[in-house]
Design a binder for this molecule. Structure first.
Ligand code: KG4
Ligand code: ZN
Length: 363
């Protein structure tokens, strides 16, 4: 079946055509209109501007998605859309557009949760290297840091999360202070690599080597771990962020030049190690044999590498989408929509968007 899927929860407008044949997906098109350049001026996403930009883009990217996929509206079997969570005004653009399209063309309408969509990115591998529930997914993005137990394609439970800031948000905020343009995640990744290179030389396992390095032990950039110190699977990134801001202020007050790369490396080390620590706990607690990494921050090279080594240590399989599918996109919504469709989770034209998370915690 062909699913035309929309994503507009934050600052990317996306329309994609995903086809599914017996559980094997083909991404026929995945058009993404990014608003990053617009929001960069303000150092972050401005919700009102985001909504307007979605309105301007959504119609033309829909034509483009159909054209690239080489199909007409008649050949679309269902229409899917991110209905929550996200910026309400931004979500409403996608939801209303998808609703109108579904009604006008008499197609089923499938509402999709954005986080389930990120997780579903892992099902898109065309060679079929995909996780099979039950598995644990780490979803890390600008707005979320959660560990999820995927009991079934439609049954997802939150088993650990940040109690305050999301990991991507923390990279963006600290990155901004040290002069990396929004969104800072990618620049932070590259700058950290420079810092690791300086501390341990170029190698294929920066984090393991860094932990034993003189740079790490020197205490120059001591920062707290964002892994909450208990047996939960929770995080607190605001503690790490505040400590980092205080450290940066001290440099400013002393008029000293900040060794940016070394600082970024230490920040990345603490963030990634904390995530790996809680993922290790989650794997032991739930005894799963497969884990998945998804969301915008899943593009982080250090995090990808660290989870690879963790999976090796635990003798389990890690699934990670290609970097091109880590950020927000319509194809991931199409993949999850397929499973929602099989379950009969459809909506009618009374569908509304919601800013809130809908994934519940485990009993
Ligand atoms: O999933 P996403 O596109 O949007 C949300 O749902 O939030 O994630 C965007 C986040 C931003 O915070 C961005 O800085 C971060 O993903 N990001 C990265 C990298 N690439 C993007 N963070 C760390 N390392 C990266 N390479
Ligand atoms: Zn996202």
């Amino acid at each position: 079946m062909n699913i035309l899927a929309f994503e507009s929860s934050c600052d990317e407008t996306s329309a994609a055509v995903v086809s599914c044949d017996g559980g094997r997906f083909t991404v026929k098109s995945n058009i993404i209109a990014s608003q990053v350049e617009t929001h960069r001026l303000y150092g972050g996403v401005v919700p009102e501007i985001a909504s307007r930009a979605h309105i301007e883009a959504i119609s033309s990217i829909t034509y483009e998605a159909l054209e690239v996929a080489g199909i007409t509206m008649d050949e679309v079997d269902a229409i899917a859309v991110t209905a929550n969570p996200g910026l309400i005004g931004a979500l409403l653009v996608g939801v209303n557009f998808a609703k109108a399209l579904a009604v006008a063309n008499n197609k089923p309408l499938i509402p999709v949760d954005h986080i389930k969509g990120h997780i579903a990115t892992c099902y898109l591998d065309e060679d079929g290297n995909v996780p099979t529930p039950p598995f644990i997914a780490l979803a890390v993005s600008g707005g979320h840091t959660g560990i999820y137990l995927v009991e079934d394609y439609n049954e997802v439970k939150l088993i650990g999360s940040t109690r305050d800031d999301a990991i991507g948000e923390s990279f963006d905020k600290i990155g901004r202070i040290i002069g990396i343009p929004y969104p800072a995640g990618r620049g932070f990744d590259a700058l950290s690599k420079e810092g690791f290179d300086k501390a341990v030389g170029e190698c294929d396992d920066y984090l393991a080597k860094y932990k034993k390095s003189a740079a790490y032990k020197s205490g120059d950039f001591t920062l707290p771990s964002p892994a909450v110190k208990d047996d939960t699977l929770d995080f607190s990134f605001s503690g790490l962020k505040t400590a980092a801001i205080n450290l940066l202020h001290r440099y400013e007050q002393l008029g000293a030049e900040l060794p940016r790369a070394e600082f970024a490396a230490r920040y990345t080390f603490e963030a990634v190690e904390a995530v790996a620590k809680k993922m290790a706990l989650a794997i032991d607690k739930y005894g799963v044999k497969e884990i998945a990494l998804c969301g915008g921050v899943a593009a982080n090279s250090h995090l990808r590498h660290r989870l690879k080594t963790l999976a090796k240590e635990k003798k389990i399989t890690l699934y990670t989408p290609p970097v091109s599918l880590c950020g927000d996109n319509g194809a991931m919504i199409g993949a999850q929509a397929y499973y929602e469709y099989l379950r009969g989770n459809l909506a009618d034209s009374s569908l509304n968007a919601s800013a809130s998370d809908s994934i519940g915690t485990i009993d």
